[in-house]
Design a binder for this molecule. Sequence first.
Ligand code: MTE
Length: 305
Amino acid sequence: MKILSSEITSYKFYINRRNFIKSSTASMVASLIPLNSHAFHKDTNINISNQLDKNDKLNTYEEITTYNNFYEFGTAKSDPSNYSKQFKPRPWSISIEGLVEKPGLIDLEDLIKEFTVEDRIYRLRCVEAWSMVIPWQGFSLNRLIKKVEPKSDARYIQFVTVFRPDEMPGQKRRILPWPYVEGLRMDEAMHPLTILSTGMYGHELLNQNGAPLRLVVPWKYGFKSIKSIVAIRFVKDQPTTTWPVTNPSEYAFYSNVNPEVDHRRWSQASERRIGEFKRRSTLMFNGYEEEVSYMYKNMDLKKFF
Ligand code: MTE
């Protein structure tokens, strides 16, 4: 069933609905009910998946906030929730740099006031072959891009995570080259599925999930969804990104979810959905093929993995 973008649940309604669900006897089964299947983005008419598929159910708040990858706080899945309490995500500003007409510092609170925050329920598929279904709140990155007016030679965007070793104990160790950096091609960044997230399950993002602002790119492996972003740089050439620089034989720039291209050390054909016993098949582009495959039509996906 198709629904219009005007019917996408607003943030306020989401909270009200959640409060209603919480206080009703329906709460036990609420997370099992599939939501509507598709919505069209009002600017582009591209199908955005604001839905759970019939085979998906939301992971719990507990799962999403205690099983994390955020190496700035350590490499174990429980490290980010255990060791991120001293991190201060507010006040926060984002530096807009490079090939744009309007560079400068933007205060996050101003952005949240300007852009209506929407719900987006997405699958997150980690390159390590586990996955979750997460109800994010956020706004399409393309709104911010349009606001800062990229110049015509800006073909890529690089994103940078904050560097605060005093608040992020993992950054005192040389686990990765700090700060963590990520990047997208401009058409990927403009795609309506690509969001900057400020919240999850109707709450502000917790530190372990990338507070106060993180990227979510649902058709790519989770490491592209960079957390705690302090700078967004508009550049001409494909930018440096953390994992390919750290281990070029195992990670590449595009990192689209692809069950046919294995990781050097394991298969990507199936995945373990957190909370489930049986493995499930991994879907091409993490199930967003219809929406995103046109961007890679002329690319050899085995070469540009
Ligand atoms: N961003 C930063 N700055 N540092 C990280 O270690 N890990 C990535 C990504 N973003 C990471 C990061 C990986 S590997 C994944 S799978 C997702 O965050 C996990 O997001 P989650 O913990 O909110 O599920």
